[in-house]
Design a protein around this ligand. Sequence first.
Ligand code: ADP
Length: 632
Amino acid sequence: MTEQTEKFEFKAEINQLLDILVHSLYTNREIFLRELVSNASDALDKMRFEINRDPALDDEIESQISISYNEEAKTITVADTGIGMTKEEVMANIGTIAHSGSAEFIKQAADTNESLDSLIGRFGVGFYSAYMVSDKVVVRTKSFKKDAPAIQWTSDGKTNYELTILDEEMTHGTSIEIFLKEDMVKRFGSEDTLKGIVSKHSNFVSFPIMIGGERVNTVTALWREPKFQIKQEQYEEFYKFLTYDPKPPISTLHFSVDAPVQFNSLLFVPEKDLDIFGMDRDNWGIDLYVRRVLIEHQNKNMLPEYLSFIKGVVDTEDLPLNISRETLQDNLLIGKIRSTMTKQVLSQLEKIAKDDPETYAKFWKAHAKIFKAGHQDFLNKDKYANLLRFDSSKSDGETFVSFDDYIERVKDEQKEIYYAFVASREAANLNPHLEIFRNKDIEVLYLYEPIDEFVMESLREHKEFALVSAEYADLEKLDKFESAKKENEATPLSEEQAKDMDALAAKMKEVLGEQVAEVKISERLSDSPCRLISPNGAMTSSMEKIMKVMNKDSSVPTKTMEINADHPLLRSMLEIFKVNADDEFIELSSRQLLESALLLEGYLNDPHALVGRIQNLLTKAGGWYAELEKKD
Ligand code: ADP
C-alpha cells in the first residue's frame, strides 16, 4: 500500500493566530513545551478514562510522556501514549480553531503589549505555540480506536498543512516533532534545558514525564500530602500550574473531610477575576479526581456557580473510577461534597473578612459580581449575607460596609436597613428620595448594579432588620427620628393657599397629561422641588428598569409626581397661578420639573427639549433680572 498525502489550507484565523504567536516579542517562548506537555497529559487522561469505562481496551501500555532532543536533526520530540487522533480528529483539532475563546484570544492578543504566556494557556491555542520556536512541526498520531490508521500531519505553520495516512504499525498515542528554528537551537537544543523547563512549568502533571530515561516531574497530588509538610511556594507553584495566573492566590484552602463522604480538597481564591474579558464564562469548575485519577477537568457540580471564581481540585475515595461524567450531576455523594465545600469556602471568606479586611477588600473588588449571584443559596443565607459589602452614605466611598457595620450604627429603635439604587455617590447626594434620610442622618446603603436589587429582594431581612428600599420607606417609621434643624423653613400655607396648591397640582397634571399618573403634594420632601415614584408602589424604580430591559421596553414609565409645596419654586408657581392660571410659566416649569426628575432617575431619552426649555427660561429670567437691576 502506498502512502497518500493530501494538502489542506489553514483557516484564516489560524493564519492570524500563527502570525501573532510567531511575532510576539514579549512572550516567553519556553512555554511551548508546557503547552505540548499539557496536551499530552490531557490525551493520557482521556485514554485512562476510556479504559476505566471499558477495561477490555487496556493494552497495558504505560501512560507516560517522553521528551527527547535529536542533536543532528535539531528536533525536539514530545511523545505520549494517550488517546491519539483519527484523521477526522486531526483535521478538526489542528486545522481549525475549535475553542470558542480563540477568536477572542486573537482579538485581545493583537493589541496587547504584554506577554501572552497566561493567555495562551487559558485560551487553548497551545499546540500552535510550537511555532514560536519552530518552522516545521510533524505530528504522528494513532487513535486508540480499532482499525484507525496512523496519521502524519506536517506544516511549516504558514498557509497549509499536509496529511498522510501512514503505512506503519503504531501503538496509540501522539508524537510531536519540532524542528527548531536556527536561532532557537542555542536556547532550547539540550535535554538539560528541557528538563529545567519541564520542572518549572509542568511539575504537577500527573503522569511521568521522561527525559533521557529519567523522570523529571516529581511532585504529584499535592492535595493529598499532609498540610504541615507543604511549603507556601509549593501551593503557589501548583496554583500557577492550574490557572496560568502569574499572580499568587490571595487565599489557599486545603482540607480533608472523612464524613459523610471522604475527600481531600485544595482550593484557591485568585487575586483577579481570571475571566478578564468576560468572554470565557465556561472556564470554571473544580478538577475532580477519584483516587488521584482525573475524572473531569473543571467539573461544575462541586461548587455553586456563584463561587465559580474558586480554582482547585477535589479528590475522593468514595466514587467508583468508572463513574460516567453524565451521572455526576445527580450523584448523591457529589451533592454532599458540594455542600461541605460550599460551607468551607464561605467560612474561609468569613475568616478573611474578619482577620484581614484588606485582603477581603481585594476579594470583593475582584469577585463581587459573581459572588452576588449567591442570593439564591437559601441554605447558606446567613453566611452569604455576612459576606456582602456595600457602599454607603456613611462610608468614605473607599471602604465598603457590611450589614453588621450598618447595624452597629443604627439609631435606637431603628428596625430597618435602608438601601437605594443610585448611579453614583454624587447622584445619591442629589437623589430626592434620599433627602429625608440625609435630613435625619439615617444611613443608606448604595446599590449600583441591577443584581443588588435581586439580592435585597431575596434576602428581605438580616438579623431581625428588614431590608427596605429608601424610595418607599414608610414615613411613620421615619417620623420618630429627629431632623437636622432646617434653616429657611417655609411659612406654612394658609388653608386657602393649600387649596390653591391642590388646584396647581391639578393644573400641572393637566399640562403633563398622560406623562404622569398623578401630581400630588409630597409629605417628605424638603430641599428638592419634586420626585417621581411608581404609582403601583410595589416596585422600586431600579427594579422597574431591570424589568424594562428584560422586556426590551424603552418607553418612559408613567410615574406619579410628588411636589414639594414648601419649595420656593412651587411657591412662585403658586403666586403666578393665582394671577393667571394659564400663564406660560406654569407650563414651562411643570415640564421642566418632570424632565429634570426623569433625568435624575435615568429615564430621559432625549434631552433636547429640556435644553431648549432651560435656554428659554434663562433668557426670560435674564430679562426680568436686568429689568429689576435697572429699577434699583
Ligand atoms: P486545547 O488543548 O486547548 O484544546 P490545542 O490547540 O493545544 O488546544 O489542541 C487542540 C486539540 O488537538 C486538543 O483539544 C486535542 O483534541 C488535540 N490534541 C492536541 N495534542 C494532542 C495529543 N498529544 N494527543 C491527542 N490529541 C491532541
